[in-house]
Write a protein that binds this ligand. Structure first.
Ligand code: PLP
Length: 445
């Protein structure tokens, strides 16, 4: 039966969040997206940081059509397929040295699940069955499935499901800009990394399997970037205790940060990487896990990776991913993300001068976030009931700009937003985004 809302909105058999009744989408092109009434929006968050190469890319669409004419599905236990093989080869060429073994899935949560299961099976295959704990950061976001949720640091999302989850050890995310002490940023970076060492020692190093982190924060920490010293120290600690380092690059990967992976900005080579969002760029549901042969081989020798989903390595999704990667290279989109990201960052720092309630602006490339507080001196949060993030979303939306904004319960203690347009964005479009954002912040003030 169809639910008939009292406010005259169109009926629907779908359900999401109560507040999420939005117009029906019609079409999209580049950084723009239209609803069915003909209204145009700037997609200033690439959906949820997904459409990295922009909407409506004809080369990708044509490549997908060609693949659809050949074969759209072949079960991976019956056939291998060329798009998956070629995507694995080309992705490996974009990855840091050594991360050359790929496993394809259909999204970010599945990619994170794959990383956890690979790590665990590697431990079992190498005679370390006592290692199972995956240390994670709080706050953080790693996905909505039960396994990925068990390493997600977001009370509101986890609360109802706690009885179903195995509690995993946490360390604070390095929100160093909030610290009021006499340490330099680099000293703070080391101190936050050292909290991982303390946690590993508390847990018993022989029980700790992995540490998972977003090199550049996403949904829970609005593009949080740690001081440089953090990253190398984390690697050092993981090495010292034989703990695997998993980088969740679902949001920060695929060129968005101005490098192929967010983690490429630092001297910190992960053991396993989860990717999704930008590698399919919204053209197909695609996720990937990358790992080194050192990890993969013991598992294969022990009989293979005991994990998979029906759509893993789907030829159509992989053909889309291959074309997306080709377009990213052909159009030099990673360089553009770096250049436009610098411009956007410069303009947001100017906005911050106009609106003192913007307490911090950070990020890399076209993944830029900001935090809003009631008092920039004391960092007192805006009252939760005032929902600054929602009002900002609404003001921007009313002016034809889509951004991403949230408040994380038990997390950063405040309202934050992310600006992350597609990597095809031009300088003029950056100016337009910032101008509308400025008007929206003005309306909020
Ligand atoms: N990991 C990170 C860092 C993410 O940002 C997300 C989604 O926002 C996920 C995992 C989960 O991805 P998906 O929603 O595709 O399952």
């Amino acid at each position: 039966m169809t639910d008939q809302p009292a406010d005259g909105q169109r009926p629907s058999n779908l359900f999401y969040l109560a507040s999420l009744r939005r117009p029906l989408v019609d079409r999209a092109d580049g950084i723009y997206i239209w609803d069915q009434t003909g209204r145009r929006f700037i997609d200033g968050s690439s959906g949820a940081m997904v459409v990295n190469i922009g909407h409506g890319n004809r080369t990708v669409i044509e490549a997908m059509k060609r693949q659809m004419d050949r074969v759209t599905f072949a079960y991976r236990l019956h056939f291998e397929n060329e798009p998956a093989e070629e995507l694995a080869r080309q992705l490996a060429a974009h990855m840091p040295e050594g991360l050359d073994r790929m496993f394809f899935v259909s999204g970010g949560s599945e990619a994170v699940e794959s990383c956890i299961k690979l790590a665990r099976q590697w431990a079992v295959a190498t005679n370390q069955p006592q290692r199972w704990k995956v240390v994670t950061r709080f706050p953080s976001y790693h996905g909505g499935t039960i396994g990925s949720l068990s390493v997600t640091g977001d009370d509101a999302l986890v609360e109802s499901f706690r009885p179903l989850l195995r509690a995993m050890p946490t360390v604070p995310a390095p929100v160093t800009w909030r610290d009021r002490d006499n340490f330099s940023p680099e000293e703070r970076g080391v101190r936050y990394a050292d909290m991982l060492e303390e946690r590993i020692l508390e847990e018993g190093p022989e029980t700790v399997l992995a540490f998972i982190m977003e090199p550049i924060g996403g949904a829970a920490t609005a593009a949080l970037v740690a001081p440089d010293s953090y990253y190398s120290r984390i690697r050092e600690i993981c090495d010292r205790f034989g703990v695997l380092l998993i980088h969740d690059e679902v949001m920060s990967g695929a060129g968005r940060s101005g490098r192929f992976l967010g983690g490429d900005h630092w001297d910190c080579l992960p053991d396993i990487v989860a990717m999704s969002k930008g590698i399919g760029s919204g053209y197909a549901p695609l996720g990937a896990m990358a790992a080194s042969s050192r990890l993969v081989q013991p598992l294969l020798d022990a009989g293979g990776f005991q994990h998979g989903h029906t759509y893993a390595g789907n030829p159509l999704a992989c053909a889309a991913g291959l074309a997306v990667l080709g377009e990213m290279d052909r159009l030099h989109l990673i360089d553009n993300a770096a250049a436009m990201g610098d411009a956007l960052m410069g303009e947001l720092l100017e906005l911050r001068k106009r609106f003192p309630f913007i307490a911090d602006v950070r990020g890399k490339g076209l993944l830029i976030g900001a935090e809003m507080v009631a008092d920039p001196e004391t960092l007192a949060p805006i009252e939760p009931g005032k929902k600054a993030y929602q009002r900002l979303l609404d003001h921007a939306y009313a002016r034809g700009l889509i951004i991403y904004a949230r408040r994380v319960k038990g997390g950063l203690d405040g309202d934050n937003f992310i600006v992350a347009p597609p990597m095809v964005v031009t300088r003029e479009q950056v100016d337009e985004i910032v101008s509308i954002l400025g008007d929206s912040l003005e309306a909020l003030a």
